[in-house]
Design a protein. Structure first.
Length: 423
């Protein structure tokens, strides 16, 4: 099979690049992306997302022949197309399928008879066959399930996780016909050491993906609500969860900020599908409202603590530690730390953000904020530990806070010294 399959991975971000690197160890693989700067850095063996180690990327290029390009003609000879582009939501939290439409047009321009296109982007059930495939048909002039075929294999990438890499996570696969499903599954199974699960239809695979993160979102929303309740009762939430976790079937979720490109987005895709079918998803959207409120909640709690200590909030200096959506990862997509920052600025506080992982250029472009990669030396009235980067574990908070009046708020519960507040 490896001599017959030629793979093109469209979209070389957090999902596409690790997949292209892995496929290249078995098949002739070409990565396609519209961003020339991204392609240029990859072809010299550098991945700014830090998802693929530079040594592994260099090996894929030098040993296995991985090629990355922005030139569409370079992927015309491929016969197995994998689409791994972002599927965000707009400002009203409605699914934004434009990247998928554009990727489908790209596939339509180069796909030939007998080829297969597999989508990995998170969608609601029906998007692959009802939204994307018609675009491929229109551009290519080929007929679905006669001239070309499709599959869906949802991504399960966990940014920043070096233990659960793409080949070590079981992969759900599917195809537009039973025979194509078997073929798609065989291609993935040849490189995924954790194994695969062949779903009976594309819609089943789409639904499986969208509920995975919706389930986590709801569970985190529950413990976030518990944190709000216990804070009012002056009970330590972490102590409560530690006690409850002694029961064998208690689910060990922790309160916190829920951002990123999956958990904070996927439930809206499922909600959209439900509403299109005449059902209003109450629990899913309630969980989203709870988790979307946590950044503002943290900022309000910090302000209350400052007032209790007699610290004037107007013009106060507040340091926020961490800006990425999760720890030990440079990804700032859909970070909820921005909600903390914006709320504090509404109180006219002077907010400084320190994050050793975030790219200041990207943060400025996406959110209009300035990021310091180095810890500032000046003193602050309040410090908020928002992201549990490893660099913050042994941080000396006393060196950056006022000697007398100060507030330390630990969102992630990782500081060893006494803090004034935490979720």
């Amino acid at each position: 099979m490896s001599n017959e399959i030629k793979i093109a991975v469209i979209g070389l971000g957090y999902v596409g690049l690790p997949l292209a690197r892995l496929f290249s160890t078995k098949y002739k693989t070409i990565g396609f992306d519209l961003n020339q700067a991204r392609v240029d850095e990859l072809m010299v063996g550098v991945d700014s997302t830090l998802e693929v180690e530079n040594a592994l990327l260099k090996e894929a290029i030098d040993k296995y022949g991985l090629t990355c390009t922005t030139y569409i003609e370079d992927i015309r000879e491929c016969n197995f197309y994998v689409v791994a582009v972002p599927t965000p939501v707009d400002r009203n939290n409605n699914p934004d399928l434009r990247p998928l439409y554009e990727a489908s047009k790209t596939v339509g321009k180069v796909i030939s008879k007998g080829d297969i296109v597999v989508y990995e982007s998170t969608v609601y059930p029906g998007v692959t066959e009802d939204e994307c495939i018609p675009v491929v048909e229109k551009v290519s002039g080929l007929k679905y399930n006669e001239d070309f075929f499709a599959g869906y294999s949802p991504e399960r990438v966990n940014p920043g996780d070096k233990k659960h890499t793409v080949e070590k996570i079981k992969k759900v696969t599917s195809g537009s016909t039973p025979e194509i499903g078997e073929m798609v599954d065989e291609v993935y199974a040849s490189v995924i050491t954790a194994g695969t699960h062949l779903a009976p239809t594309i819609k089943v695979a789409e639904a499986a993906k969208v509920i995975e993160n919706s389930q986590r979102d709801i569970n985190i929303a529950f413990v976030n609500e518990l944190a709000k309740i216990f804070n009012k009762m002056d009970i330590n939430t972490q102590d409560v969860l530690a006690a409850a976790s002694t029961k064998w079937n208690f689910l060990p979720f922790k309160p916190g900020l829920v951002g990123g490109h999956c958990i904070g987005v996927d439930p809206y895709y499922l909600a959209q599908a439900a509403q299109r079918n005449g059902y209003n998803p109450e629990i899913i959207l309630a969980g989203r409202r709870m988790n979307d409120s946590m950044g503002e909640y943290v900022a309000d709690q910090v302000v209350k603590l400052m007032l209790k200590k007699g610290i004037q909030v107007l013009g106060s200096k507040v340091l926020v530690l961490g800006f990425t959506f999760k720890e030990n990862c440079p990804d700032v997509r859909n970070t909820k730390v921005i909600d903390i920052v914006r709320t504090l600025k509404e109180y006219n506080a002077e907010v400084t953000i320190h994050d050793p992982w975030a790219n200041p250029v990207i943060a400025k472009h996406e959110y209009g904020v300035d990021i310091l990669n180095e810890l500032p030396k000046n003193k602050f009235d309040a410090v908020i530990l928002a992201v549990a980067h490893k660099e913050f574990i042994n941080i000396d908070i006393s060196s950056i806070t006022m000697d007398m009046k100060k507030v330390i708020y630990d969102v992630k519960g990782m500081l060893l010294e006494e803090v004034d507040g935490k979720l």
